[in-house]
Ligand binder design. Structure first.
Ligand SMILES: *Cc1c(COP(=O)(O)O)cnc(C)c1O
Length: 370
């Protein structure tokens, strides 16, 4: 048996008949940038998330960049974020000439640890970016309290968390601005790059809308300098259809996570740490990440059995070469460093069958001699 980490062809097979006509419509219209199809998708996304403004852009990375630009982040500023995330979170901060300040994670949720946040705040701190890693929202109640008491806005990196919720509400509604990605491997993935910025703040929404089109309003009049970062109509058309299936797909991931839990427990694999889902949270399992001993040998063994896995992420951002100038040393952010050494993502996509999951867990049990 072959079990890939993700099988987008299996998903496409279920929606091909819905996608093909809308793609054809876009070509017939020859209206590719912004326009009515994008507007319709922005409105549908705003409704789905429960926010008043959703602004499409070219990628999740640009969503973060636009959010930071809208808040006026620039040279000399500091932005606090987690080092245990995809590079874009900190890359966007650095691209604006600001300094990423890394706050370690909690070992159970892999999300920013609010206990370590306050002491990193300085007069230069202009924003905090918690990441809802793997599809579980960060502890936004405490992060908002701490940032709020210093008057600092919070940007949610919700790239992996569309549809996730906590007892406080849905991802994207929990901070000042929320950022989403439609990279094909996200739970709501386009046919290429795409992103969305959401907010309930009308002034910020207007600024973000200007910033994504070179800061223009009206067209050809520029009171601020922006970038070119728009969502293609083609992406919006595909995503509008996929959004209708999103909750059913997410339920499939959640149900697969429950199956893994049962299978691991039946095998007596107690040393393997499964993803934590705090009370009242909807974890959307963009990734199902386990914490294991001998991770690299296990991964090699599973590759031999044609089981796809991935390491998210092998090098925490404070240890990336491009950030060596920030002066972090090994051991500075111990939980992130530990997680980078022992986490492994298993296949969790909705079309995964029970037999495939049994095959995965049997192989892991065999590796540990169970
Ligand atoms: C995917 C991702 C991004 C970037 O999104 P792109 O659409 O690929 O630019 C940012 N942050 C996190 C946590 C992500 O997983």
């Amino acid at each position: 048996m072959k079990v890939p980490l993700l099988d987008l062809k299996a998903q496409y097979a279920t929606i091909r008949s819905e996608i093909e006509p809308v793609v054809k419509d876009i070509f017939e219209s020859q209206y590719f940038i912004n326009g009515p199809v994008v507007k319709k998708f922005e409105e549908a996304t705003a409704r789905y998330i429960g926010v008043s403004h959703a602004i499409g852009c070219a990628s999740g990375t640009d969503a973060l960049l636009l959010a930071l630009m809208a808040l006026g982040v620039g040279r000399g500023d500091e932005v606090i974020t987690t080092p245990y995330t995809f590079f874009a979170t900190a890359g966007s901060i650095a691209r604006l000439g600001a300094k990423p300040v890394f706050c370690d994670i909690r070992s159970d949720t892999y999300n920013l640890d609010p206990d370590k946040l306050e002491k990193l705040i300085t007069p230069k701190t202009k924003a905090v970016i918690p990441v809802h890693l793997y599809g579980l929202t960060a502890d936004m109640g405490r992060i908002n309290d701490i940032a709020g008491s210093h008057g600092i806005p919070v940007i949610e990196d919700a790239a992996q968390a569309i549809g996730a919720s906590s007892p406080l509400g849905k991802a994207g509604t929990l901070g000042t601005i929320g950022c989403f990605s439609f990279f094909p491997s996200k739970n709501l993935g386009g046919a290429g790059d795409g992103g969305m910025v959401v907010t309930n703040d009308s002034a910020l929404a207007e600024k973000i809308t200007m910033l994504r089109e070179h800061g223009s309003k009206p067209k050809y009049y520029h009171s601020i300098v922006g970038i070119n970062s728009r969502l293609d109509a083609l992406q919006a058309a595909v995503l509008t259809i996929k959004l209708r299936h999103l909750d059913a797909w997410t339920d499939g991931r959640i149900s697969n996570a429950a199956s893994y839990r049962k299978l691991f427990s039946d095998k007596g694999l107690k040393d393997i740490v499964l993803p934590d889902v705090p009370q009242g949270h909807r974890h959307i399992f963009n990734q199902f990440v386990i914490r294991v001993k001998e991770r690299d040998s296990l991964r090699e063994f599973l590759t031999g059995r044609e089981i796809g896995t991935e390491i998210y992420y092998p090098v925490p951002l404070h240890q990336q070469e491009c950030f060596s100038g920030l002066g972090y040393k090994k051991g500075d952010l111990p939980e992130s460093e530990k997680a980078a050494g022992c986490t492994l993502a298993l296949p969790i996509y909705p079309e995964l069958t029970r037999e495939m999951q049994e095959y995965v867990v049997d192989a892991i049990a065999e590796f540990y001699g169970k």
